[in-house]
Write a protein that binds this ligand. Structure first.
Ligand SMILES: Cc1cc2nc3c(=O)[nH]c(=O)nc-3n(C[C@H](O)[C@H](O)[C@H](O)COP(=O)(O)O)c2cc1C
Length: 209
């Protein structure tokens, strides 16, 4: 039990600490099997995991991410604080894992999804969190990169049009895991106390942050 809480609080989003060292096959298998053990609506297990080692594919994705970084920066009134923040470790990490969502898996009668279509997507996010925590328990770093357009990733990885890429995860050994999130260390945003997220009996207006 202590171990679970320790891993949850040790988990970090990693960009700058990847060493590029290999991941033993049995470690990767444990992490992927933990991801696949996630709960899913109607037991649809709507996820797939594309393990990408190919350097050219990762370089092409990295170039796309850099472009999207510029697109986001152009929306900011003052981009200077953003420019100091590293937002990916695509080339430095050992490998990437793209997690996808197939809404047709187990359909049409997905038990529990008739009223909430997003329940399928929620299931994929739980698989991602399982993967992230298992990787942390294995002393690996994970960095979630979302600076991309879905059609670009679909084309790059031959993903069919009906299947959505949900996350591009950079994975690998790290020098260390920071104790404080990067965005907090750079003064971008700060974590709020958990008590602020808890309401009793009915919704009450959250304190603005
Ligand atoms: C859906 C999702 C997308 C994210 N996309 C990015 C990203 O593109 N680049 C990045 O540097 N971090 C990304 N992150 C990481 C968050 O910035 C990070 O989780 C947050 O700052 C808290 O830090 P921690 O995960 O180390 O606790 C993403 C996280 C999530 C959950």
């Amino acid at each position: 039990m202590n171990h679970v809480y320790d891993v949850i609080h040790r988990r970090r989003d990693v960009r700058g600490q990847f060493t590029g060292a290999p991941i033993p096959d049995e470690v990767l298998a444990r992490v992927l099997s933990a991801a696949h053990a996630a709960p899913s609506v109607g037991l649809s297990q709507p996820w797939d995991f594309i393990v990408i080692r190919d350097a050219a594919t990762r370089a092409a994705f990295h170039e796309h991410v850099m472009h999207e970084r510029d697109v986001f920066a152009a929306t900011l009134p003052d981009a200077a604080p953003f420019h100091k923040i590293k937002i990916e470790g695509v080339r430095e990490s050992t490998l990437s894992i793209v997690v996808t969502y197939d809404p047709d898996r187990g359909s049409p009668a997905v038990l529990g999804r008739h009223a909430i279509a997003d329940a399928g997507l929620y299931s994929v996010c739980l698989a991602i969190q399982n993967l992230w925590l298992a990787a942390t328990a294995e002393d690996l770093g994970v960095g979630w990169v979302s600076f991309y357009r879905e059609p670009f990733v679909q084309q790059l990885l031959d993903i069919p049009a009906t299947i959505r890429p949900v996350a591009w995860l950079c994975v690998g050994p790290v020098t260390h895991l920071e104790q404080t999130p990067d965005l907090e260390r750079h003064g971008w945003r700060h974590r709020t106390p958990w008590q602020q997220a808890v309401h009793t009996d009915r919704w009450t207006a959250p304190t603005p942050t």
